[in-house]
Design a protein around this ligand. Structure first.
Ligand SMILES: [Zn+2]
Length: 67
């Protein structure tokens, strides 16, 4: 059974990649596969989901300053 291994490898991204995607998401929307891999990673990785919350807080703070 190789196909599911390949699927798992495709789905799994390292935390560093997730962090990069999260920062990029501030400037541009992430598309397709990357977006879903990030979503999945955030579901299974506590550290990155915490990082996402921090980024969201930061982003709303910046938005408030910009108004
Ligand atoms: Zn992670």
């Amino acid at each position: 059974m190789v196909w599911w291994r390949r699927a798992v490898n495709w789905i799994r991204i390292p935390c560093s990649h997730a962090h990069r995607l999260l920062s990029e998401r501030m400037d541009r929307p992430i598309e397709g596969g990357e977006r879903w891999r990030l979503w999945l990673h955030l579901r299974i990785c506590e550290m990155c989901s915490r990082f996402e919350r921090q980024i969201d807080l930061m982003r709303s703070a910046v938005r408030r300053l910009g108004q």
